[in-house]
Design a protein around this ligand. Structure first.
Ligand code: 13P
Length: 252
């Protein structure tokens, strides 16, 4: 019922020419693999090059962040209207690197989520606990609070497209992954909080991705379980062969 989604977060990597070359090579590798939706998240300066490179319909494009306002004096920011105008269908919201280095908070995540839904951009809201929080047995509390604040004041009738990504901060770029059982447990908890904040029906249809050191070798066991509906991939998405292999492995 929930179609898997595998997404590539390229972070601050790839020039426009490198990004376009990736799309050309990658498209050939996944053109016949339709079991999952695929979304590429290039840096803002490569969005036009990626959108402009011919590719299969199931490969969509999104922004790595956006402001919640349509326009204004906000140097360095990109608005939802700008993402839409360039051809984006998706947007990442609240990635832990935005939270850590750019003052993103649960409150700005909430503003961005409302704005994305109002503009028909499909949001992927990123949440996850730090290592010290996990070790202090605070994981459930942290995740529930992140989801609850993100969803404050959201009208359930507008939230059908919404996606979450569980990215434990200690697993990002470290080579360390959550075990499938740990990830499943976190995903169930997140789904429970979505049900409590919105409705059980929305919770049942919301895709929740896992992110944190997903690679071709662990994609089959981590990407698609009962409550895991795909993956958000950083480092291993930068190479077309490795990212295509993750797509193929996610078929199970
Ligand atoms: P890595 O796959 O490099 O651990 O990054 C995960 C991530 O942050 C995706 O958004």
């Amino acid at each position: 019922m929930r179609k898997p989604l595998i997404a590539a977060n390229w972070k601050m990597y790839k020039t426009p020419a490198e990004a376009a070359a990736f799309v050309q090579a990658f498209d050939l590798l996944v053109a016949h693999h339709h079991h999952a939706d695929i979304v590429l998240f290039p840096s803002a300066s490569s969005l036009a090059a990626v959108v402009g490179t011919p590719r299969s319909k199931h490969i969509q494009i999104g922004g790595q962040d956006m402001h919640w306002l349509n326009e204004g004096a906000y140097t360095g920011a990109t608005s939802p209207l700008m993402l839409k105008a360039i051809g984006c269908t998706h947007v990442l919201i609240g990635h832990s690197e935005r939270r850590q280095y750019f003052n993103e908070t649960d409150t700005t995540v909430n503003l961005k989520l409302k704005s994305a839904l109002a503009h028909d951009l499909i949001p992927i809201v990123c949440i996850g606990e730090h290592l010290n929080e996990r070790e202090s047995d605070l994981t459930a509390k942290v995740l529930e609070l992140q989801v609850a604040v993100a969803l404050e004041g959201i009208d359930p009738t507008t939230a059908h497209s919404m996606i979450f990504a569980y990215e434990p901060v200690w697993a990002i770029g470290t080579g360390r992954t959550a075990t499938p059982a740990t990830a499943e447990q976190a995903h169930k908890l997140i789904r429970g909080q979505i049900a409590a904040s919105l409705t059980p029906a929305i919770a049942a249809s919301t895709r929740i991705l896992y992110g944190g050191s997903v690679r071709p070798e662990n994609a089959a066991t981590l990407c698609c379980l009962e409550d895991i509906d795909g993956a958000l991939v950083g480092g291993a998405s930068l190479d077309p062969n490795s990212f295509a292999e993750i797509i193929i492995q996610s078929k199970g």
